[in-house]
Ligand binder design. Structure first.
Ligand code: 5GP
Length: 118
């Protein structure tokens, strides 16, 4: 699938749509999910144009890959989840349930997250 520059996260990255920012660096943006599924629900996205994790792993630079992974840990600390635990996941494609075609890791925290898959 080719990258759709009009997806909602591309618009957030361009500043066309507001977001509740948690963290930002050169290659990464993290913000609160608009429809939180748990007490804390944050999305961590690369600033580069990657459809999903497979696209990212195949085409991103090593620096982008390292920074996105490190950002997940950094954001978990900012959210106060360091010692309590949290869940991170990314959905890929139709069977994976991905709705927004720009790579994003969900971070769920702030309470017991429960069953791994429902
Ligand atoms: P997916 O199903 O693609 O893994 O997750 C997409 C997520 O993006 C959903 O949890 C949904 O609530 C969130 N989302 C969709 N539109 C917006 C938006 O405009 N702003 C924010 N902050 N989150 C959004």
């Amino acid at each position: 699938m080719s990258y759709d520059k009009n997806n909602i996260f591309a618009k957030i990255l361009r500043g066309e749509i507001p977001c509740k920012k948690v963290y930002e660096n050169e290659n990464v943006l993290a913000f609160h999910d608009i429809n939180p599924q748990k007490k804390v629900h944050v999305l961590v996205i690369p600033k580069g144009e990657y459809v999903d994790l497979d696209d990212f792993n195949n085409n991103a630079t090593d620096k982008e890959i390292v920074e996105l992974n490190k950002a997940i840990t950094h954001v978990s600390i900012l959210l106060g989840a360091k010692n309590k635990g949290y869940r991170t996941l990314t959905n890929i494609g139709g069977d994976g349930g991905q709705e927004v075609p720009h790579l994003h890791f969900h971070i769920f925290a702030g309470e017991k997250i429960g069953k791994m898959v429902t």
